[in-house]
Design a protein around this ligand. Structure first.
Ligand SMILES: Nc1ncnc2c1ncn2[C@@H]1O[C@H](COP(=O)(O)OP(=O)(O)OP(=O)(O)O)[C@@H](O)[C@H]1O
Length: 589
């Protein structure tokens, strides 16, 4: 495979020498301040809007081409305006770095980089309520992140906002804080009343993400005594959620779309409460607006007042999403991106590599990658993403059998189990989480050292979100994508990202024997389920599933990799649902 990809790292990297965590980061050249995380627009527009902006450059016009503006100077929001020329910003930054370097040491340099997702604006410089400020202070947040700085004034002005910012840069607070501020200014008859209207509705694509957003909301609401946030996510009894919403203040409702639709259809009085919605947030907007969720979202939006503010946030906003965001937003919405056009959507401090490994060797290469990583970093915290829930369960079982400290999380586990494992992983070090895409988006596990993706993700955005579980809040991380030779086509979707090829490892033959022994002990039903799930996934995967005869061979390869002599037979109706009942080579029962 010719590497069409930018060479940010050595391409001939043997995976037995995968980069150890670098001890000292390089000092990023100070002018980065002029190119990172700022909007690009005409100088006049930038000054007018007051947004932090990199101004479109005119030829021969260097120093005056950057205007950094903090806040909006808007009388409604009370933001102050501060304008600095590029030269002044660079000079200030250089001075700060010089001082830090003189001050000595790695720590300050590391801190400088780790804080690169933060802006220079402090929360206490913003016109937000004392109660929110106290909550923010208790949460330990001092400076706003860039996306928070860029979106807060717009949201407070009542604008609809579509915001794009890299993973782990504080998007949740970016929509929750202004939403709480809007709430706290509503007439007091709305507040404190237990069966009050729902004023802020946040939709998240997964239960984990909804729970996490609720935790963040509770931090910010700590001193807003009469405002409450509730979660409706499924996996628990509908009646339990109904009771919670009835018995506790619920001006902010955080929900997954399916369960919310259930409440719209089955909870008495719920539709009436939704008529109070002033702000709708679609977290991970591109995922929520893609085909899988579109119908539910349209149904939900139809139940909401037309007069409302809508906020869409994500780390990836593909063109199609921009085209269909009129489904939810007003035409004159603002698009804010803290990812500069032409730059990558992934973090520079996360090393990305791919490995091409035949399916039958993937488990032993995985074993080797994990062993190496654990030996290099005793504080390892790894997520291994697999294509489907049942493949996730199988890989977790194999790794457990190989004596790794491993946990699994996917949709086939009960919600209480998922919540428990998620909490344990959040708080632990020295642990591996094998996960399906339930952890791909938004989930904020601190200090993940390595993300491994086995098999092609559903699309480019999903690759970026999964990778985004490491390198959060400016920290370092590594990502490895393991593809079978016939999945190479997926790399086309990543060609503008700094991902490079690692030289394939030669797995230790002893390890292969161990894996076969572990596989032999695994219940046949688990292998059958994994096979069926695998087939379902690749049958509809772009670039693989179209050629059904080829799919027969690839599925056989997968079943052999689980130590099976022949692929399991599938129920006729399952094959027929997949459109494979007439394909010779698949066995049915
Ligand atoms: N201003 C801030 N200062 C310091 N930490 C912050 C700040 N804002 C948010 N955080 C923390 O940063 C972490 C990442 O935030 P969050 O999960 O909202 O990121 P995100 O951009 O939504 O990521 P993703 O795209 O993966 O969903 C969280 O632990 C959050 O508590």
């Amino acid at each position: 495979m010719s590497a069409v990809l930018p060479k940010a790292f050595p391409s001939s990297l043997n995976c037995s020498h995968l980069p150890a965590k670098s001890k000292k980061k390089k000092l990023v050249a100070s002018p980065q301040v002029s190119t990172k995380g700022e909007l690009v627009m005409d100088e006049r527009d930038a000054l007018k809007s007051g947004r932090s902006a990199k101004v479109k450059r005119k030829r021969g016009d260097k120093d005056s081409s950057f205007v950094k503006t903090i806040g909006y100077g808007d009388e409604n929001t009370g933001f102050r305006v501060k304008k600095e020329s590029k030269a002044a910003v660079v000079e200030k930054k250089e001075k700060k770095i010089d001082e830090e370097v003189l001050d000595g040491g790695e720590e300050t340099v590391l801190q400088e980089e780790e804080e690169s997702y933060l802006s220079d604006t402090r929360f206490d410089e913003c016109p937000i309520s004392a109660s929110s400020l106290k909550g923010i202070k208790d949460a330990g947040y001092v400076k706003m992140s860039k996306v928070q700085e860029a979106t807060l004034p717009l949201i407070l002005q009542g604008k609809d906002v579509l915001a794009k910012a890299k993973t782990g840069t504080g998007k949740t607070v970016a929509f929750l804080l202004p939403a709480i501020e809007v709430l706290s200014k509503l007439p007091s008859s709305n507040l404190g009343n237990k069966v009050s209207p729902i004023n802020v509705l946040v939709l998240c694509p997964t239960r984990e993400l909804a729970n996490q957003a609720a935790t963040e909301a509770k931090k910010l609401l700590k001193y807003h005594r009469s405002v409450g946030a509730q979660v409706v996510i499924g996996g628990t009894r509908l009646t339990q959620e109904q009771r919670n919403m009835q018995a506790n203040p619920c001006q902010i409702l955080i929900a997954t779309p399916g369960r919310l639709k259930d409440h719209i259809e089955n909870t008495a009085g719920f539709q009436a409460r939704l008529k109070g919605v002033k702000i709708l947030v679609l977290d991970e907007a591109d995922r929520l607006l893609d085909m899988g969720f579109r119908r539910d979202i349209e149904r939900i939006i139809a139940a909401l007042p037309k007069e409302r503010q809508t906020l869409l946030f994500s780390a990836t906003v593909p063109k199609e999403v921009r085209q269909i965001c009129h489904v939810a937003m007003r035409k004159d919405h603002e698009f804010v991106s803290t990812v500069e056009e032409g730059t990558e959507e992934t973090h520079a401090q996360v090393r990305q590599m791919y490995l091409i490994v035949p399916v039958e060797k993937q488990l032993s290469v995985l074993h080797q990658l994990l062993t190496k990583h654990i030996s290099q970093d005793s504080d390892y915290k790894v997520i291994v993403f697999c294509t489907t829930a049942m493949v996730t369960a199988l890989v977790a079982e194999v790794l457990g059998g190989l004596k790794f400290k491993v946990r699994e999380i996917h949709s086939r586990k009960s919600q209480s189990y998922r919540t428990r494992v998620s909490q344990e992983f959040r708080q632990s070090k020295g642990i591996i989480l094998v996960s399906s895409d339930v952890s791909a988006r938004g989930v904020d596990y601190p200090d993940v050292t390595l993300v491994i993706q086995i098999g092609m993700p559903s699309d480019r955005a999903q690759y970026i979100h999964r990778l985004g579980r490491t390198g959060r809040k400016g920290k370092e991380g590594q990502g490895i994508l393991m593809l079978a030779p016939w999945e190479i086509c997926f790399l086309d979707a990543l060609k503008d990202l700094p991902i490079t090829e690692a030289t394939p490892c030669q797995p230790d033959p002893g390890c292969q024997d161990k894996i076969l022994k572990v596989l032999a002990r695994i219940d046949m039903r688990n292998k059958e389920r994994a096979y069926q799930a695998w087939l379902g996934y690749y049958n509809s995967a772009k670039g693989v599933g179209q050629d059904k005869l080829r799919l027969v061979d690839l599925a056989r390869e997968f079943s052999e990799s689980m130590g099976l002599r022949e692929p399991p037979a599938l129920q006729r109706k399952v094959l027929s649902k997949m459109g494979l009942s007439k394909v010779p080579g698949f066995r049915s029962i």
